[in-house]
Design a binder for this molecule. Sequence first.
Ligand code: C5P
Length: 232
Amino acid sequence: MTPAPIAVALDAPDLETAARWAGLVTPHVSTVKVGLELYLRYGPDVIASVRGASGVRVFLDLKLHDIPNTVSGAAKAVARLRPAILTVHASGGPAMIKAAVEAAPHTQIAAVTVLTSLSEADLGRIGIAGAADDAVRRLAAMSVEAGVTALVCSPNEVSAVRAEVGPGITLITPGVRPPGTDSQDQARVATPEQAMADGADLLVIGRPITGSPDPGAAAAAIAASLRRTSHA
Ligand code: C5P
């Protein structure tokens, strides 16, 4: 069976736990996501540990944001690890985005549009006036023009972003919660089925899977429900 288009966020306290979760979910999902905390604590070795024998796709969520030359060097440094996906902040601008794309030709660069943790008041204080949705659409279009083939946005924005960038771009959405589960600190959430129906290609799901007593079974259940909807 084809693994489901889910990236399990391995936000684990230690490497052993992250590797164990990766092993449990890998038969059911296409991708595992390593975030800044795990990467900074354990370094590049974390990639081999979570990839294990299965060779699952690794999404390296470092959200790079610096001058183009520095981001180019950083992207080159991690490109050796062959992550399937690497994130940069869209607000780093077109030259920075292009530098990342060119530095890691075998990795899909994904631009993070607007952090979902920012309110419109926060955005105003940063200097981004107007509706968050407008900023998301603008940053999405700019990032695609600069060469990315993937974008990270909230499930609430995915249909607007899809309309803006067209069909060829991979849309990645965190903030996904199966029906009846706790939304935790995610303010704006959607179910996996809804996010896919709105045009998402890869769902980032963490705690609903990794916080379960049986992460393998939780991943399998979400994967099965996605399969049912896509065949309905
Ligand atoms: O546990 P949960 O499903 O909330 O995990 C979501 C993952 O997606 C976390 O690793 C979080 O850092 C990441 N993320 C997010 N919202 C964004 C970008 C990334 O929740 N806007």
